[in-house]
Design a protein around this ligand. Structure first.
Ligand code: URA
Length: 245
């Protein structure tokens, strides 16, 4: 595996400007490699073992970043949008240069686990229809969710466009009662990610999802310590878990 990288690439990644601007910093002697001024912005350095400082700051080089966001309602899962606020607007400036994007989509009104990364390969793998990565949701559903629904979801239901869903696991945590506002509380694990899938699955059995929250995606579980709109980097273990097929 390649361990060295061009100095200007590392600094550009770390947010020190364009290659030209970095060249200027190097010229001014403001970039130090192992304590000595760098001679050439194109020189090879090993970010794993060389210490790099630029403009008086220690450079922490990472190619990929992985953030777990507790998505609040009211934000769209996109990097840009003309009308709505995007989940990227919740992320601090210090991550701006990593060009993060959401891995898959949660509806604007859905809450819960959303992974943001700039690792295209990993995102592609997690979203691949062939991988059937399980996603578990908590939902509050208007009406009485029954054993018959559980069985229907286990066998697969036909959505409004004629698509037959893959087997999904439904757990009824609390069946609707008049006292609970006729809401049933459930968990549902699906192994695919069609547009509005959970809402449309309930629609197919004549019920309406009133509240939806994603709890997990593959081995990644929402950290309940994160409030709505809060995020944190994944631990090394969590990232490794996602990489393992
Ligand atoms: N299913 C839905 O209906 N909406 C989501 O946001 C995610 C899954």
């Amino acid at each position: 595996m390649k361990t060295t990288e061009r100095l200007d690439k590392i600094l550009a990644h770390a947010g020190f400007g364009s290659r030209r601007e970095i060249k200027e910093l190097v010229k001014k002697g403001l970039v130090l490699v192992n304590g000595k001024p760098a001679k050439d912005s194109g020189q090879q350095v090993d970010p794993g073992s060389d210490t790099i400082e630029a403009d008086g700051q220690r450079v922490d080089y990472r190619e990929f970043v992985y953030l777990m966001l507790h998505k609040p309602p009211g934000y769209v899962s996109a990097t840009e949008d003309n009308r709505d606020r995007t989940v990227l607007e919740l992320i601090g400036e210090e991550y701006a240069h990593y060009e993060l994007f959401p891995v898959g989509r949660l509806d604007k009104d859905t809450e819960g686990l959303l992974l943001l990364t700039n690792d295209g390969k990993l995102a592609h793998r997690l979203l691949s229809p062939k991988k059937h990565v399980p996603k578990t949701y908590y939902a509050e559903v208007l009406g009485l969710v029954t054993e018959a629904d559980r069985e229907a979801f286990r066998r697969g239901v036909e959505l409004d466009d004629g698509y037959l869903t893959l087997p999904a696991e439904l757990t009824i945590e609390e069946a609707a009662e008049p006292e609970s506002g006729h809401l049933s509380r459930i968990r549902l694990t699906i192994h695919e990610g069609k547009f509005h899938q959970v809402k449309r699955m309930f629609q197919s059995v004549g019920k309406q999802v009133m509240y939806l929250k994603r709890l997990s995606m593959g081995p990644l579980v929402l950290d309940e310590g994160l409030g709505l709109g809060e995020y944190r980097e994944l631990t090394a273990e969590e990232t490794e878990g996602l990489r393992t097929p």
